[in-house]
Design a protein around this ligand. Structure first.
Ligand SMILES: [Zn+2]
Length: 95
């Protein structure tokens, strides 16, 4: 009885967490995965030490990535043919 209630609460919480995951967070997670980093912190550290930063297209459904200037917030996406690329540092709000 108690166990069943716990599961119910946990499931509700997980659903809520998924719902509040913003587009920025989703894009950062995708960028980490593509670039081979386990956490966003690792990605941030690598980007901060380099003269270029991993960048990802902010269009929903497009996961085009490339290296761009760390302060790039409207880079050219070859897939979307629009200025929708943002560097990881810009997405994280570091710059
Ligand atoms: Zn794109």
């Amino acid at each position: 009885m108690i166990f069943a209630r716990y599961n119910y609460v946990r499931t509700r919480k997980e659903v809520r967490m998924t719902a509040v995951l913003s587009l920025e967070q989703q894009k950062l997670a995708t960028l980490c995965k593509i670039e081979g980093f386990e956490t966003v912190d690792q990605l941030l550290e690598a980007a901060a030490l380099d003269s270029v930063s991993p960048a990802i297209c902010m269009t929903e459904g497009c996961d085009y990535t490339c290296e761009m200037e760390p302060d790039q917030d409207q880079g050219w996406c070859e897939v979307c043919a629009s200025n929708t690329m943002k560097s990881a540092l810009v997405i994280m709000g570091v710059i």
